[in-house]
Design a protein around this ligand. Structure first.
Ligand code: GLU
Ligand code: MG
Length: 453
């Protein structure tokens, strides 16, 4: 529980549950993590004996990371940057879990507070919490599930050398890295991360796991834990992992697809209705609002200049501003209610996002769209029933960060939900990344971002 101006109260029940979860793992150190405006997971680690003190008093960390860009250069906004100030990081015990690929280590997500113990306005987890509270007031309970795509490289230098030459979706690829694949599934299971499926993806050396839908805060925390385990498992096999939007110019990239579902007064909104794709009126308003917002949302969900090298037609990345039922080229794909998908599991997949994004901001922004749609959305266009490439009425999404950033400024309800501090710090980071790559070639962008994410 959080009371404004007070440190989160230490919940003995949650502490006990977390200790039970960690029980069989011998934990020596805890990585306290959050994601910054550049999409980088930042950390303060504590030896396990400091847990009690960390829970009571928090752990200090500079707010300057709000102004960090992808390469650790520092920019500035009215509200961020510079050497002044300090924050307190408070571990959310619900997120505490072992990192099995890093024996002795546990993972925890933190909420960031000012020293006055009011929530830090730039805390992206806080932004997500606020959107959840807004929705709860209207009896909307959302869930999210994330798909994680990555490549593994056996190169020892900066180049990408796929760790397997096996075919896309080919068993040969798993045969090549069978021990790695098994260890990965085992490590994820040992962190209590349920994996819906694991498969070799399209691009060379590319794999994917899908995590099941759950409450958004936990879904994002688990996403970060899962990616940590994927990276660390690679390390133990001498492999380098990249979740970057693109690892090879013109190649198919790594997406960061998000599945969103929700109930309203306990009834699903994306299934069980009489609209197209069995959408309810609330579901149709949500799809229409998110579709309308997508060009601006891209600045949050596809926030790197590299993102736009991925977001191209015919790569299943969702480069068009349209929705479709089971259409993998549409930016919004409705996984509609059917004989095999019950109304509760019907969901909207946002395909155009990637993993250079801060997933707390992504989740918060999607939920801000959902909250806005409760007061009515624009009319829902017809679903697109084929590959949108070349269709006369289908618009391409922004093809540069410059363009999506300009659209973000038009989304007043989203900017209001983010608040001025977060908006300005976030957009300052985006602008600094744009300036950094102003005259860069695609090759240079890829080379500089490939191993960052
Ligand atoms: N790798 C594709 C992307 O960049 C997605 C492929 C798929 O549909 O899973 O989003
Ligand atoms: Mg995929």
């Amino acid at each position: 529980m959080m009371i404004e101006g007070q440190a989160p109260l230490l919940d003995e029940g949650k502490l006990h549950a977390a200790e039970t979860r960690l029980g069989k793992h011998e934990i020596d150190a805890i990585a306290l993590t959050y994601v910054d405006n550049a999409g980088i997971v930042r950390v303060k680690a504590i030896p396990v004996e400091r847990l009690d003190s960390a829970l009571r008093n928090g752990v200090g960390m500079s707010p300057v990371f709000d102004a960090f860009i992808f390469n650790d250069a520092i920019t500035q906004s009215r509200y961020s940057g510079g050497p002044m100030g300090d924050l307190r990081l408070f571990l959310d015990l619900d997120s505490l879990a072992p990192i099995p690929a890093m024996p002795g280590w546990a993972f925890g997500a933190v909420d960031r507070f000012e020293q006055s113990l009011t929530p830090h306005p730039n805390c992206s987890r806080g932004f997500l919490r606020r959107q959840l509270a807004r929705l709860a007031e209207r009896e909307i309970i959302p869930k999210m599930g994330f798909e994680i795509e990555w490549v593994i490289s056996k190169g020892s230098d900066q180049h990408f050398v796929p760790a397997t030459d096996g075919s896309a979706y080919g068993l040969g690829r798993i045969v090549d890295v069978a021990d790695y694949s098994r260890a990965l599934l085992l490590n994820l299971r040992n962190a209590d991360l349920l994996v819906e499926q694991f498969h070799p993806e399209y691009a060379p050396g590319q794999f994917e796991v899908s995590l099941p839908a759950t409450a958004p805060l936990a879904a994002v925390d688990r996403l970060i834990l899962a990616k940590t385990i994927i990276r660390a498992t690679g390390r133990t096999f001498g492999l380098t992992t990249s979740f970057a939007p693109v690892v090879e110019v013109n190649g198919v990239g790594n997406g960061g697809h998000v599945h969103l579902s929700a109930t309203k007064a306990n009834l699903p909104i994306f299934g069980g209705g009489a609209g197209p794709g069995k959408l309810t009126p609330a579901g149709a308003a949500a799809v229409a609002t998110l579709l309308d917002w997508l060009p601006g949302l891209l600045a949050i969900g596809a926030p790197s200049p590299a993102s736009y090298l991925r977001l191209v037609p015919s790569h299943w990345a969702g480069a068009f501003q349209c929705w479709g039922i089971e259409n993998r080229e549409a930016a919004l794909r409705l996984v509609a209610e059917s004989k095999l998908v019950n109304a509760n599991n019907a969901n909207l997949e946002v395909k155009c996002f990637d993993q250079s994004a801060n997933p707390y901001l992504v989740a918060g922004a999607l939920l801000a769209g959902l909250a806005t749609s409760l007061d009515g959305g624009p009319p829902l266009p017809d679903p697109v029933g084929s590959d949108p490439v070349g269709l006369p009425n289908v618009i391409r999404l922004p093809q540069s960060l410059d363009e999506s950033l300009a659209k973000l400024w038009t989304l007043k309800p989203l900017l209001d939900a983010m608040g001025p501090e977060l908006t300005e710090a976030f957009t300052a980071v985006r602008k600094a990344e744009l300036a950094h790559f102003e005259s860069a070639t695609p090759e240079q962008i890829v080379a500089q971002t490939r191993w960052v994410y």
